[in-house]
Design a protein. Structure first.
Ligand SMILES: Nc1nc2c(ncn2[C@@H]2O[C@H](COP(=O)(O)OP(=O)(O)OP(=O)(O)O)[C@@H](O)[C@H]2O)c(=O)[nH]1
Ligand SMILES: [Mg+2]
Length: 688
């Protein structure tokens, strides 16, 4: 594998991700990119378990990506650091951590299915991170593939103006290449040839190509003032101006450049690389990263001579040691240097620096701003930690972590293995922050929580394989929550302790009311102070808020997390000697706990949107089955013998659904799910 790359200016670096719904072809595209750039000399296949980025044994066995894998390649005097992400919804947090450190992304769509549920979810994730994107409509060789339909679904479902820069040559099995609408040239990948042949636009496609070029010019002119000027003056736009405008529109997100191809047949990869380099931003084109130090917001620019600052976005244990993946935002780091983990107040030493190529790596002496590298020697820094030069500490915003929704009890089959299992679980949780480990005080069991059935299955299997441990796993259960349906007002709580020494005194008066939670937002709790006349000083108000947040971890119904409420501190009283932040925090916690006992509370359960694709004749059975699982069907579309049913179903009802669907449809049915939040679960008695 070739990874030696010359030192390049930052403007020639691209940190990109490949994002999509499960199975759209991300890993295959990454594989073809490595081949096209001369990084590898043979093309691996997902179904043979021979790709570079799906190197984990479970990925190879299951044929899906589970872990985001980083690779590096060179194209047209640029270095591309590429992260192949998983598409399965259970691993969305892995995508989230990658998106936090990427400057741009290639979003892949299946030319038959168009925008699928998980493509919408990753799209919104990328929106939240402000990551500019280009689109690649893949699998144009498949029966039923249609670029125009896929583009329409991009416009309708993602609400982005598509800027289609290619016209496919040939359909389905006869798809051989594309017309490049900027240069008005054809690119054809003949069978058995390593790369494309360039030529004039085929006569039969000339009118259509001209029409589409015109359409592209008109669309760009509508969005881009300079392009509009040229269009008005010359009634056409040059390829050069178009390219510059496409670059701007990609970065502002006003338009989405769309390319097409077939990764499996190795068609369309080189123009995709050209577009990635031309339109997606370099580390210096994105806004400077912001962090805080002692409450003051600071910016760090992507400059190798600025003070060093990097974010830890992945931690993995390998045979080489603990690899700590870093996105360097500013400065330079050399091997052997000490860095500060500001959040943990610890100093760490970077013993070695590696450029990572999936499961291989090459040593580096130093790394600079804009780079994505792995460090060895960092012992404790966790995912989300900021490492900086000790002289200029700062904390960058960590990636957000999803709250797990499914739980299983785990125990070692042989009790002598219990300690080994605990250490394996602790390591698992360290590497994947979307897994949570706790001890259930009621049952004494060790429970592992994660994003879904598959997520937990993969986690336990990882322990079995890497440690050779026999593990018993309980039935999966969903994580319930509790919410306020009717609040209380004016609840007075007096926290007073005077048992010698410094006393504790805090009086608080709280009101609690329900809060409608937007499923798109992570805000499910709001705290306000309506205290007048400084009766509770500001630092104590903050302590009351912290105390209320503590109280949210256990609701009055059955000890589940409490969500969807607004708490207002309306009054309180202090004591000149005995009041303290600690006293007010305790008061806040106990006051809210008591208030919640007086509120009308309801149980919430996680619900998902399920999209089931089945042969027509199976639709009736599938709908009946979903209804029996408390599902509400919201639509059913039929196209050429296949039906797509969409429904909203409680997650608890979907355990084991894949086996059921497989047997009901003789293996021809498939489904995907997407979490859409929590819903009231009337009449459900949660089982711990
Ligand atoms: N016909 C056809 N099949 C393709 C194409 N690209 C990928 N595939 C196949 O689609 C399947 C999924 O491809 P992957 O590359 O694993 O897709 P992915 O997006 O990485 O999937 P996850 O990582 O599991 O989300 C594999 O069987 C590929 O061989 C294509 O252009 N045409
Ligand atoms: Mg993959």
């Amino acid at each position: 594998m070739r990874t030696d790359l010359p030192r390049l200016p930052l403007t020639a670096v691209r940190n990109l991700g490949v994002l999509a719904h499960v199975d759209a072809g991300k890993t295959t595209i990454t594989e073809r990119i490595l081949y096209a750039t001369g990084t590898t000399h043979k093309r691996g296949e997902v179904h043979d378990g021979t790709t570079v980025t799906d190197f984990d044994s479970q990925e190879r066995d299951r044929g899906i990506t589970i872990f985001a894998a980083a690779v590096t390649c060179a194209w047209d005097s640029h270095r591309i650091n590429l992260i192949d992400t998983p598409g399965h919804v259970d691993f969305a947090d892995e995508v989230e951590r990658s998106l936090r450190v990427l400057d741009g992304a290639i979003v892949v769509f299946d030319a038959v299915a168009g925008v699928e549920p998980q493509s919408e979810s990753v799209w919104r994730q990328a929106d939240r991170h402000g990551v500019p994107r280009i689109a690649f409509v893949n699998k144009l060789d498949r029966a039923g593939a249609d670029l125009d339909t896929a583009v329409r679904s991009i416009r309708d479902r993602l609400h982005r103006v598509p800027l289609v820069v290619q016209l496919p040559i040939g359909e389905e099995d006869r798809f051989t290449g594309v017309v490049d609408l900027l240069r008005m040239r054809s690119l054809v990948w003949a069978d058995g040839r390593e790369t494309f042949d360039e030529g004039p636009v085929p006569g039969a496609l000339l009118d259509e190509a001209n029409r589409r070029r015109r359409l592209l010019e008109e669309t760009v002119a509508e969005l881009h003032p300079l392009a509009l000027e040229e269009f008005c003056a010359k009634s056409t736009i040059s390829a050069r101006t178009l390219a510059a405008a496409l670059r701007d529109l990609t970065r502002t997100g006003e338009g989405l450049v769309v390319l097409a191809g077939s990764a499996y047949r190795n068609r369309g990869i080189e123009p995709l690389l050209d577009a990635a380099v031309a339109y997606l931003p370099s580390p210096v084109d994105v806004p400077a990263v912001r962090g805080t130090q002692d409450g003051v917001v600071q910016e760090r620019v992507a400059d190798s001579s600025a003070p060093f600052a990097a974010l830890v976005f992945k931690v993995v244990s390998t045979a080489t040691g603990r690899l700590t993946y870093l996105r360097i935002y500013s400065g330079t780091i050399r091997k052997g240097q000490e860095v500060r983990d500001v959040g943990a107040r610890r100093t760490e030493r970077i013993a070695r620096l590696l450029r990572v190529q999936a499961d291989r790596h090459t040593e580096m002496d130093q790394a600079v701003a804009g780079d994505i590298v792995a460090a060895i020697g960092v012992k404790n820094a966790r995912v989300g930690a900021t490492l900086t030069t000790p002289a200029a500490p700062l904390v960058l915003e960590p990636p957000s972590v999803a709250v797990p929704v499914v739980t299983v009890a785990v125990e070692a089959r042989r009790s002598v293995d219990t300690e080994r299992l605990m250490s394996a679980l602790a390591q698992l949780v360290e590497e994947d922050p979307s897994l949570v480990l706790r001890n259930d005080p009621q049952t004494g069991q060790t429970v592992l929580s994660g994003m879904g059935e598959l997520h937990l299955e993969v986690a336990v299997e990882k322990i079995r394989r890497s440690r050779g441990l026999d593990v018993n796993v309980g039935r999966p259960r969903v994580s319930y929550r509790e919410t306020v349906v009717r609040g209380v007002s004016g609840l007075l709580y007096r926290h007073v302790k005077q048992d010698g020494g410094a006393g504790q005194f805090a009086h608080v008066v709280l009101s609690v009311e329900p809060l409608a939670v937007d499923p798109e937002s992570t805000v499910d709790f709001v705290f306000e102070s309506a205290v007048v006349g400084g009766r509770v000083p500001r630092e104590y108000v903050r302590a009351v808020e912290a105390g209320c947040r503590d109280a949210l971890s256990e609701g009055p119904l059955d000890g589940h997390r409490v969500t969807g409420l607004k708490v207002t501190l309306t009054d309180g009283a202090t004591h000149p000697k005995d009041s303290s932040e600690m006293a007010f925090r305790t008061a806040g916690r106990l006051a809210l706990r008591e208030a919640l006992r007086s509120c009308v509370m309801e149980l919430l359960e996680p619900v998902v949107e399920i999209v089931v694709t089945v042969p027509d004749e199976a639709v009736g059975g599938v709908l009946g089955d979903l209804a029996a699982r408390r599902g509400r069907a919201s639509g059913s579309v039929t196209r050429s013998g296949t039906s797509v049913v969409t429904a909203v179903v409680p997650l608890a009802e979907l355990f084991g659904y894949s086996n059921k669907l497989r047997s009901r449809t003789h293996g021809r049915g498939t489904f995907t799910t997407r979490p859409i939040g929590y819903a009231l679960a009337p009449g459900v008695t949660p089982v711990r």
